[in-house]
Design a protein around this ligand. Structure first.
Ligand code: NDP
Length: 302
């Protein structure tokens, strides 16, 4: 069987593409590695997605999108895509199988960036975390460090402040990068403080984290911070490395035009994995809709 559209990745971009593609009566398969929703599933409250003025939990929104895609006829399989072979008929190879398709939409998203400092790997799950929504309850009345100064860091610090005794945000620049509304909200939490011009150097402990060595970039001096946990939110990296021959930018994001065409005929990309300025759930959903429509046009012209 040859699918009209195979979508790689079940975050908001992939699920939106699936909804549009299935409604266009294209035979659609979505392949997801872990569970649908992507990064959105670990977001406690999405406040800027239109239509939900009290916000919506990221996991709840992903369940709704997944059900919507299935209801319109999308098939979903859980497997890991290892290669995409181009040609008139494309082949999407997974760990357990292979699927043929007239078009492929890559919506594989991003994963969290790691710091790469000594101790980070050793204390993963023993004090080093990349998800406040998952791990904050373990830090009731404890001291934690949040590393990063973007939207994720501030949003997650606010979430952590509801559990931890002290939350210190460590940022390498002299001012935060996060959206102003998040910075304003952070000010209403007396247990959050910000330490600027500082970078983490080493994580130290026996069984669990006991201290973190940081460097003050202005004085170049090291100091030790006694903390129980370190939450790392220093950005994202694209999951594009496995992909065959589509053009990537220097950071590994897929280059597309505004209609989501990649450099390879019949292969489209959408959402956080593509080169663009604004990575949000709403821009992922918009990209997904466009990718599905472009895939439909491509099939019409075959
Ligand atoms: P960002 O890339 O926006 O921010 C990463 C932060 O980490 C920056 O402050 C950066 O510093 C710092 N950093 C990067 N590398 C290091 C390092 N090695 N050591 C120390 N600090 C480092 O990533 P986010 O995860 O915050 O956000 C990703 C995307 O998701 C963005 O587009 C964001 O807008 C979006 N998002 C939106 C939300 C919302 O709308 N509510 C919530 C969460 C994410 P520097 O500034 O110096 O580069």
């Amino acid at each position: 069987m040859i699918y009209d559209v195979v979508i790689v990745g079940g975050g908001p971009a992939g699920l939106s593409a699936a909804i549009y593609s299935s409604r266009a009566r294209l035979k659609t398969l979505l392949i997801e590695k872990n569970g649908c929703g992507g990064q959105m599933t670990v977001t406690d409250l999405l406040e800027n997605y239109p239509g939900f003025n009290d916000g919506i939990n990221g996991f709840d929104l992903s369940v709704k999108l997944e059900n919507q895609a299935r209801d319109f006829g999308t098939e979903i399989v859980y497997d890991e895509v290892t290669e995409i072979k181009s040609g008139k008929v494309k082949e999407v190879v997974t760990t357990n199988s292979a699927y043929e398709a007239k078009t492929v939409i890559i919506a594989a998203g991003t994963r969290v960036k790691e710091m790469g400092i000594p101790g980070e790997a050793k204390f993963k799950g023993k004090g080093v975390s990349f998800c406040a929504t998952c791990d904050a309850p373990f830090y009731k009345e404890k001291k934690v460090l949040v590393i990063g100064g973007g939207d994720s860091a501030i949003q997650e610090a606010i979430y952590l402040a509801k559990f931890a005794k002290e939350v210190t945000i460590l940022h390498r620049r002299n001012e935060l990068k996060a959206t102003k509304i998040l910075q304003e909200r952070m000010l209403s939490y007396p247990n959050i403080s910000v330490m600027c011009n500082t970078v983490p150097k080493e994580i130290i402990g026996k069984e669990c984290i006991e201290e973190i060595l940081v460097t003050d970039l202005k004085t170049n001096r090291n100091k030790s911070l006694k903390v129980d946990g370190a939450f790392v939110f220093i950005g994202l990296v694209p999951n594009a490395l496995f992909l065959a021959d589509v053009n990537l930018d220097e950071q590994g994001y897929i280059i597309t035009d505004e209609n989501m065409h990649t450099s390879v005929d019949g292969i489209f990309a959408c959402g956080d994995i593509r080169q663009k300025h604004l990575r949000q759930v709403i821009t992922a959903a918009s990209d997904g809709a466009q990718a599905a429509v472009s895939a439909g046009h491509y099939i019409d012209n075959l």
